[in-house]
Design a protein around this ligand. Structure first.
Ligand code: PLP
Length: 411
């Protein structure tokens, strides 16, 4: 770092300021986490220099013997962790993984059944501003108005009516466990592929805190930077039958050279997740999300779907009279980072929203437990209700983060 500071003080100061931001505030964005220093070391390595188009032992560039070892380790560890037949660790992101999975199984114009963005689905599950909505005929299912849980009867009805080539389960802002067996049954009934996009919950699956999608789905796409606590990136697991199709779809169809430093960092993260402590981490992430949701409920902020089985809670703020956007801004001013989020059947537009999404992967990595979540809930509630309290809350946040630092200050 000393070298960077001498050569490029402007970028060095960005790195230092970001470290200060992470250490000095509360990070409640459900899709973020703090990687280990070992993951950061692999990311900042000379492996970033290497072109390695192709797969281990079958590259289109010379000199890949060393990086091959990293990719083989990543694949072996992920297969062990999830019991998958086949794993591709090259997708640059979750969106790239989904693009490749679509490319492997579908032709443009095919029908896909996926969760509506407004009910918790992802942009890549059929939004008109994304390739998925532009190139495919996407039919959306949602959650029931009364329970705010996925309406499996509606999923089946839509599947029977539209006969999709692929059904997608998995979401971005759905707090409850997904019934993968029910989705498998519906997919089998209509002869559709089942894609489980577990970008958000892969870390909880790895730690056994949520049921795995791997035994049920034909293809499982994921990210490595959320609850799994790895580098920013994606991956795909699939059955042996689909292995060659998935590999060809990632490279050469949608990507060129893989990011070998990121592949090595993924291997490090899978290795960390294979350790017994990771199961304890995953369980604590869920326990903390429940404690946070309960704490916010006690403050008059209603958890959508009655609570959570996962790392995130979606909070309906209508009881407070605040919009999601206003709450996000007030929390930011108080040193708490969370994001506005539409709630199902939200009367407000997506830029405003009636809700916020909170997640516990970061605070759990910092070592916080259920008691600390009560304090966090109280700070969020105070920040949302009273903008004049921002300074006081910042001081409470600073105290809590001193007790549970995100990273060592000398990182
Ligand atoms: N799929 C789901 C369900 C997600 O929640 C996300 C990201 O939040 C993605 C895909 C895309 O991941 P990325 O941002 O790495 O492209």
């Amino acid at each position: 770092f000393g070298l960077l500071r001498r050569q490029d003080p402007e970028i060095a100061s960005v790195l230092l300021d970001e470290l200060d931001r992470l250490r000095g505030g509360l990070q409640l964005i459900a899709s973020e986490n703090f990687t280990s220093p070992a993951v950061l070391a692999a990311l900042g390595s000379t492996l970033t220099n290497k072109y390695a188009e192709g797969y281990p032992g079958r590259r289109y560039y010379a000199g890949c013997e060393v990086v091959d070892r990293a990719e083989r380790l990543a694949i072996d560890r992920a297969r062990r962790l999830f019991g998958a037949d086949h794993v591709n660790v090259q997708p640059h992101s979750g969106a790239s993984a989904n693009l490749a999975a679509y490319a492997a199984l579908l032709q443009p114009g095919d029908t896909v059944l996926a969760m509506a963005l407004s009910h918790g689905g992802h942009l890549t599950h059929g939004s008109k501003v994304n390739f998925s909505g532009r190139w495919f005929d996407v039919v959306a299912y949602g959650v029931r108005r009364d329970t705010e849980l996925i309406d499996y009867d509606e999923v089946r009805e839509l599947a029977l009516r539209h006969r999709p080539k692929m059904i997608i389960c998995g979401a971005t802002a759905y707090p409850r466990a997904i019934d993968f067996a029910a989705f498998r049954g519906i997919a089998d009934e209509v002869g559709a592929w089942l894609l489980a996009d577990v970008a958000h919950t892969i870390g909880l699956m790895a730690g056994g805190a949520l049921p795995s999608a791997v035994p049920y789905a034909d293809v499982v796409t994921f990210t490595t930077h959320k609850a799994l606590r790895g580098p920013r990136g994606g991956g795909i697991m699939c059955t042996e039958e689909l292995a060659a199709r998935i590999d060809r779809a990632v490279f050469p169809f949608v990507q060129g050279g893989p990011l070998m430093h990121a592949v090595a960092a993924k291997a490090v993260a899978f290795g960390e997740a294979l350790r017994p402590e990771f199961a304890g981490y995953a369980r604590q992430v869920v326990a903390n999300a429940r404690a946070l949701a309960d704490g916010l409920a006690a403050e008059g902020m209603r958890p959508v779907a009655g609570g959570t089985d996962s790392h995130l809670a979606l909070i309906d703020l209508r009881g407070t009279g605040m919009s999601g956007a206003a709450a996000e801004a007030r929390c930011t001013a108080a040193g708490i980072t969370l994001n506005r989020n539409a709630i199902p059947y939200d009367p407000e537009p997506p830029t405003v929203t009636s809700g916020v999404r909170v997640g516990t992967p970061c605070v759990t990595t910092q070592g916080m437990g259920a008691e600390a979540m009560k304090e966090v809930a109280s700070m969020v509630a105070q920040a949302v209700r009273n903008p004049d309290a921002a300074g006081e809350i910042r001081a409470r946040v600073a105290e809590l983060t001193r007790e549970y630092p995100a990273y060592p200050s000398e990182l």
